[in-house]
Design a protein around this ligand. Structure first.
Ligand code: RET
Length: 252
């Protein structure tokens, strides 16, 4: 099905505007963070700005290719390849103390590398599933889903345990709340993919673009705002010294 339909471009414009307004909201909230905590806001801002650009590209039909009779929006996959690792990074930056102040620097760094590696693998195998012939799609889709399962297990198990070991309860609580929010949204993506044009074509191209737009805004703007607001709340509880970030001050 061709994707230059008006209602599709409506949802793409909605995505571009949502990500732009979301960036402004994140910027406003970041300006209220202490200097030592601003980096969290800058990562969140980078994520929404990249997505705003990607939605603009898709809205303008830039980067759309036709494979096996359906339109593939390459900008989406490029966006996800960059922003999903950044989202995982921002989650770990809340759940674990900074490498320099951590007693478990190798473990922390290793987990970050493993998660980001799996995440890129998940998006790339998902892209492969989107371009190969229908009869070859399933293994790639399964590889991608398996990566998502392992990411989820690492976040709930290994990272959470380490977070509880290294940080005060209020900080690891913020980490697990954000993890629950993130994973609930993320598992919806393979569902939309299989129902959409790339998979079984059960839902229309309009519904697929609408679903991705709503999920993307929640996963990026919603997550970013929740993270910053949660961090501000934590700052009030931990009362860090001026030059120390809230998370480092929350280290046991
Ligand atoms: C694909 C298809 C193949 C199976 C799986 C997928 C997972 C995608 C995910 C995307 C997350 C995107 C986010 C974007 C932020 O705006 C590639 C759809 C497992 C989890 C969070």
């Amino acid at each position: 099905m061709s994707i230059s339909m008006d209602t599709v471009s409506y949802w793409l414009a909605f995505g571009a505007i949502g990500m732009s307004l979301g960036s402004l909201a994140i910027l406003a909230l970041t300006s209220k963070l202490r200097d030592a905590d601003r980096h969290h806001g800058y990562v969140a801002l980078a994520i929404t700005l990249i997505a705003a650009t990607s939605y603009f590209a898709m809205w303008q039909n830039v980067g759309n290719i036709t494979v096996n009779g359906h339109t593939l929006q390459l900008a989406r996959y490029i966006d996800w390849t960059i922003t999903t690792p950044l989202l995982l990074f921002s989650l770990l930056a809340v759940g674990l103390p900074s490498i320099k102040s951590s007693k478990s620097a190798w473990t922390t760094g290793g987990l970050l590398v493993a998660l980001i590696g799996l995440d890129i693998f998940m998006i790339v195998t998902g892209l492969i599933a989107s371009v190969v012939n229908t009869d070859q799609q399933m293994p790639w889709y399964v590889f991608s889903c398996l990566a998502l399962v392992v990411i989820t297990l690492l976040l709930y198990n290994t990272v959470y345990k380490l977070s509880k070991k290294l940080l005060k309860p209020a900080a690891s609580k913020l980490y697990i709340n954000l993890t629950v929010f993130l994973t609930i949204i993320w598992v919806a993506y393979p569902v939309v993919w299989i129902l959409g044009d790339t998979g079984t074509s059960t839902i229309s191209t309009v519904s697929e673009n609408m679903a991705y737009a709503i999920l993307d805004i929640t996963a990026k703007v919603g997550f970013g705002l929740l993270l910053i607001a949660g961090l501000m709340d934590l700052t009030g509880k931990i009362k860090p010294k001026k030059d120390v970030s809230t998370i480092d001050a929350a280290a046991k």
